[in-house]
Ligand binder design. Structure first.
Ligand code: GLA
Length: 345
C-alpha cells in the first residue's frame, strides 16, 4: 500500500502531463460533467392569495431556505380548487418531490392528499389545515399554523386596553368583528377576540359579527358597511377581524361614515399587510396588528419539506406559531428585529 502511494507520488512529480490529466478529472467530477449534471431537488410552494403580502413573505422566506439548502423552489398560486388540483399535475411534470400548500379550500384536503400520493409526492399544509368530509382535521398531514385562539384573545385584550386608555365607556362603544367562519383558523381568531372582550367586561349585546363573503379587503368593506347601516347610532367602534385586510376593510367602511382615528380602534392580524397603513403620516382607525412569524411559515415549512424529501426526516404533525402586537409607535423596530426590515425601508 505504502509502496503504491510512493509510485503514484513519483509519477505525479515526474510527469506534468499526468498532473494536468489528474486535475482535469477532478474538475470534471466537481462540476458534475463527468456523469451528467446533478439535478437540484425541487420543492413546491402553493398559496391561495398571492396578492396578500403575507403570502409573498412566505414565498420570500421559502426562497431563503432554497438558497441555504441548494434546492429549487417552485412557487405557484391556486386561487380556487380547480387550480389547486391542476398545479399538482404541473409540479409532478416538473419533477417536484414535495410541496407546501395553503389551499384555497380546506375541504379539498382529501383530494389533494390522494393526488399527491398518486404522483409519489409529499405534502405539508401551511396556515389553513385540511379537513375531512366530516369536518374533522386531517391530522395525519403535517401542518404548521398559528395559535389562532390565543392570538385572537390577545386582539380582544389589546382592544379593551386601548379603549380604557382613551376613557371610552363600553356601553357607548360597539365592537365590529369581521368574521369568516368557513375556515377554522379564522373562526378561532374572531371567537377568541369576542371571548376576551366579553371576559374583560365588554357588553355581549354590543358585540356585532359582520361576516365576510370573501376573505379580502373588499369583502370586509362590504360587511362593515352593512353593520354600520344597521347600527348607525353607535359612533365609537372597536374592530377585530380575521387578518389585516379584514380590519382595513372595516376601517375604510368607518371612514366612509366619517368615523376616523378618534372614533375607531382596529387591530389586525398578520402585521405584514398593514405597513403602508401604519406608516401614514396621520393616524387612522387602524391602531395596530398582531405580527405573525412569516419566516417560520415560509422558511421552516420549506426546510421541513426539503429534509423530508432529501433526508427522510418526517416533519412534526402539528406546529403552532405566536404573534406580537405592533403599533404606529413601534412597528419599524419590531419588524426590523423580526427580520422583516426590508418592509419598512
Ligand atoms: C390564513 C389567512 C392569512 C394568514 C394566515 C396565517 O391563511 O387567510 O391572511 O393570516 O392564515 O396563518
Amino acid at each position: 500500500m505504502a509502496r503504491k502511494e510512493q509510485i503514484m507520488k513519483r509519477m505525479f512529480k515526474a510527469n506534468p502531463l499526468v498532473r494536468i490529466a489528474g486535475l482535469a478529472i477532478v474538475l470534471l467530477l466537481l462540476t458534475g460533467c463527468g456523469k451528467g449534471s446533478v439535478e437540484k431537488v425541487k420543492i413546491g410552494f402553493v398559496v391561495k392569495q398571492p396578492e396578500e403580502p403575507w403570502f409573498q413573505r412566505e414565498w420570500k422566506f421559502a426562497e431563503q431556505a432554497a438558497q441555504k439548502y441548494g434546492f429549487e423552489l417552485v412557487k405557484l398560486e391556486a386561487r380556487d380548487s380547480e387550480r389547486a388540483l391542476a398545479v399538482i399535475d404541473t409540479m409532478a411534470i416538473q419533477g417536484v418531490k414535495g410541496f407546501v400548500i395553503c389551499t384555497p379550500d380546506v375541504r379539498l384536503g382529501p383530494q389533494i392528499v390522494a393526488k399527491t400520493q398518486q404522483k409519489g409526492m409529499k405534502v405539508i399544509s401551511v396556515d389553513d389545515q385540511f379537513v375531512k368530509p366530516d369536518g374533522t382535521f386531517m391530522t395525519d398531514v403535517p401542518y404548521l399554523g398559528i395559535a389562532a385562539r390565543k392570538i385572537g384573545e390577545d386582539v380582544g385584550t389589546e382592544l379593551f386596553k386601548e379603549m380604557r386608555k382613551r376613557g371610552w365607556k363600553p356601553e357607548e362603544t360597539g365592537a365590529c368583528i369581521i368574521t369568516f367562519d368557513e375556515l377554522d383558523t379564522t373562526r378561532e381568531r374572531t371567537d377568541g377576540a369576542i371571548d376576551s372582550l366579553t371576559k374583560a367586561g365588554f357588553p355581549k349585546e354590543r358585540i356585532f359579527r359582520a361576516p365576510q363573503k370573501t376573505s379580502d379587503l373588499e369583502g370586509a368593506f362590504n360587511a362593515g358597511n352593512i353593520l354600520l347601516t344597521q347600527q348607525s347610532q353607535i359612533n365609537r367602534w372597536l374592530i377585530a377581524g380575521i387578518n389585516d385586510s379584514a380590519v382595513l376593510g372595516a376601517v375604510r367602511a368607518m371612514e366612509s361614515k366619517n368615523l376616523g382615528a378618534d372614533a375607531v380602534i382596529g387591530i389586525g392580524i398578520n402585521g405584514t399587510d398593514c405597513i403602508g397603513e401604519l406608516a401614514k403620516p396621520n393616524p387612522t382607525g387602524f391602531f395596530g396588528s398582531m405580527l405573525l412569524q412569516s419566516r417560520i411559515h415560509g422558511f421552516v415549512t420549506a426546510e421541513m419539506m426539503y429534509k423530508w424529501v432529501a433526508e427522510g426526516v418526517e416533519p412534526p404533525k402539528d406546529t403552532r406559531t405566536t404573534g406580537i402586537l405592533i403599533t404606529r409607535e413601534d412597528f419599524k423596530q419590531v419588524l426590523t428585529d423580526q427580520g422583516l426590515g426590508d418592509l419598512v425601508k
